[in-house]
Design a protein around this ligand. Structure first.
Ligand SMILES: N[C@@H](CCC(=O)N[C@@H](CS)C(=O)NCC(=O)O)C(=O)O
Length: 231
């Protein structure tokens, strides 16, 4: 039987692939990351070397002939596959709303680090992009975090998960975007005393046995949280 694969840059950073890794890690389902070089990902993804339905950018989920792009869509797909979805139809769609918002936040948080040329490394535009980083830290981070705090609070007073009494793919997505935010906007995150539930949620999620083991593992060491680009 074909194995689950994540096609992503073979780089020492978590990146958007981390959203997908967390689902497999939490479920205890094995996966591999076969890409070994930038040329390989360029050939497979950018030049449609995988064939089949075109995908635009990594990360890509692959299993045999099936491959899928767009991180939020992959997370939703795996969520359905592994039973990590809310019970009611309404909540399923609300979960999707939060999933989309998480990935809007990631895109915006990342963009500030690449204000001059957004496909170029942050290190080549540090000075020019600093005003965008400062602005996002001051004006936008509170907006995003307050929203997620509100969503969390409405279920079980914010003491559990985002929906119902069981983990969903959106809890894992929220965890990863909070980690990205903390690493990339450390001062703004630390100063965010308006979202205590969210911070407690993050700590609680990171302590889940499978995730805690993952963060100590060799697999995580290969892809640590990126410190200067959100994703
Ligand atoms: N919305 C897409 C964005 C994918 C994306 O921008 N991937 C980055 C790496 S994380 C990339 O390879 N970008 C190449 C480019 O923009 O040319 C997703 O969430 O998967």
């Amino acid at each position: 039987m074909a194995e689950w694969e994540i096609l992503y840059y073979n780089l020492p950073l978590a990146g958007r692939a981390e959203f997908i890794r967390l689902i497999f890690e939490e479920m205890g389902i094995s996966y591999s990351e076969p890409i070994k070089s930038f040329d390989e990902i360029r050939e497979m993804v950018f030049n449609n070397g995988i064939g089949g339905f075109p995908v635009q950018f990594p990360p890509v989920l692959r299993k045999g002939d099936f491959h899928l792009g767009q991180t939020p869509v992959i997370c939703k797909y795996l969520g359905e596959k592994f039973g990590l979805v809310p019970k009611s139809e309404e909540e399923k769609w609300q979960a999707e709303q939060v999933n989309a918002t998480i990935h809007d936040f990631v895109a915006e948080g990342r963009l500030a680090f690449h204000g001059k040329r957004w496909i170029d490394s942050y290190h080549n535009q540090k000075e020019e992009t600093q005003p965008y980083i400062d602005w996002v830290a001051k004006e936008r981070i509170p907006k995003w975090l307050k929203y997620f705090e509100e969503v969390l609070k409405r279920n079980n007073d914010g003491q559990g998960f985002l929906f119902g009494s069981e983990l969903t793919y959106v809890d894992l997505g929220l965890l990863q975007c909070l980690r990205g935010c903390e690493y990339s906007y450390p001062k703004a995150f630390e100063a965010a005393d308006y979202c205590p539930l969210l911070k407690a949620f993050k700590t609680r999620m990171e302590a889940r046995p499978k995730l805690a083991a993952y963060y100590k593992s060799e697999r995580y060491a290969k892809h640590p949280q990126d410190t200067n680009s959100m994703m």
